[in-house]
Design a protein around this ligand. Sequence first.
Ligand code: CMP
Length: 142
Amino acid sequence: MSGNLTFTMIKPDAFRAGNSGAIIKIIIEAGYGIRAMKLTRLSERKAGQFYNIHKERPFYKDLCAYMSSGPIIPIVLVKENAVEDFRKLIGATDPTKAEKGTIRQMFAKSIEANAIHGSDSDDNALIEGNFFFSELEKFYQD
Ligand code: CMP
């Protein structure tokens, strides 16, 4: 059975462009509750840890530099079928392939500066949420 939690992160391009509020409004209107959220900034080393799964990919170094280039907003979200529905809401990684009305189609600038992250599995949602929020389980009790 799929879980009710996912993790997202508003990326530096979207924050810089002043689109954080518009994006969070879309997420809330799509039925997601916010369990944890903060404004922060990753060091290049921390970005490397977060994207460790991509360390062999040719875009890894650029991705880490980009993800540490400005503030980000990591958010833990709850809703039924959270991971799958959220990936539909944000659209394809490459914004030129993202469906009309998806967050990336509306706000992303490129495949790297693609406005927002969404976990790809329930397991990763927990790992990624815990990466940014210590004692995250306390948030679930509300
Ligand atoms: P995200 O969903 O956060 O997960 C991995 C990120 O790597 C992805 O969004 C993009 O920002 C980036 N990415 C994936 N594929 C490429 C690519 N071909 N070139 C550059 N960046 C990429």
